[in-house]
Ligand binder design. Structure first.
Ligand SMILES: [Zn+2]
Length: 293
């Protein structure tokens, strides 16, 4: 457990510190099941929103912010009722557009764990314009509630009136909708199998360029990132960023990356390779393997 996580844990109400300390192991991926969340409400005596706000410093403890030193903690509550932590990630010596925002990290965490919608986004600072636009890409975005420490609950439309979104570009689905791009590859390599599956689940309605990145750590764990496009293009989340965020939200340092694989659709409109190499190169000397399928 990192010093930051230990500090955040110790600062919680004692009942929560006691309940969560055994769970925040090296295998914790920033996920609290709906059942466990209900138990934590009973243990702490806190209602749902106050409890999620109380847990935010735990999420923020996973932030990596060498540039801003500003830690964003976000918790996405999925349609299942489960909670997914997110934190911001900045890549030192890379352009700022390589950054992952806390809300993006929380949504991608929920997506990786099979959620098809987000009920609420709880965050410790007002969402920036980039994140408001990113959240507007979610399917059922019109039902999404944003919860801030001093503002209570508000619909996303309160923060993003007169929004431009997928429907303006003729896209009827949304981020977290079930996808299958039909990509296939005969390889039996577990990383390749994982990467093809993740690429098939990626969301690329504007460029038709599905892609995914899988990172393997020195203990052979796999961390996956899917490409997530956005109607406003720039808030799109590249697959390498999502994979690095998955590692960060599991508390695994980047120097433990041993292998990195990008899988992308052959003849897609976008080539993810150069951006992926740049982002990976900020944190690792491992060479990126690229496969077009
Ligand atoms: Zn943001």
């Amino acid at each position: 457990m990192t010093h930051d996580l230990h500090t955040a844990l110790q600062a919680l109400p004692p009942a929560l510190t006691q309940a969560l300390t055994p769970e925040l192991t090296d295998r914790f991926e920033g996920v609290i099941s709906a059942e466990r969340f209900t138990q934590l409400q009973s243990l702490s005596g806190l209602e749902s929103d106050p409890l999620m706000l109380t847990l935010l410093p735990l999420a923020a403890a996973y932030a990596i912010t060498p540039v801003s030193h500003f830690r964003v903690g976000a918790i996405a509550q999925g349609q299942s009722g489960a909670l997914y932590f997110g934190a911001n990630l900045e890549l030192v010596q890379q352009n700022l557009f390589h950054s992952v925002h806390g809300e993006q990290a929380a949504i991608s965490n929920a997506w990786r764990h099979g959620e098809s919608g987000i009920r609420a986004m709880v965050v410790n600072a007002s969402p920036c314009g980039h994140c408001r636009q990113f959240m507007n890409e979610l399917q059922h975005a019109n039902q999404l509630q944003v919860v801030l420490p001093d503002q209570g609950r508000q619909a996303l439309s309160h923060y993003l009136p007169y929004a431009f979104g997928p429907k303006d570009l003729g896209v009827e689905s949304g981020l977290l909708a079930h996808m299958d791009h039909g990509l296939q590859h005969p390889s039996r390599d577990p990383m390749m199998i994982a990467a093809v599956a993740e690429a098939n689940a990626s969301y690329a309605p504007y460029s038709s360029s599905p892609a995914a990145v899988v990172l393997q750590s020195d203990d052979e764990r796999l961390f996956c990132g899917r490409y997530a496009e956005n109607a406003a293009f720039n808030p799109s989340l590249p697959p390498m960023q999502m994979a690095l965020s998955a590692m960060a939200m599991s508390g695994v340092p980047f120097h433990r990356i041993r292998r990195a694989l990008l899988v992308q659709k052959a003849q897609g409109q976008i080539d993810h390779r150069l951006a992926s190499v740049a982002a990976l190169g900020a944190v690792s000397d491992v060479a990126l393997q690229t496969e077009a399928v």
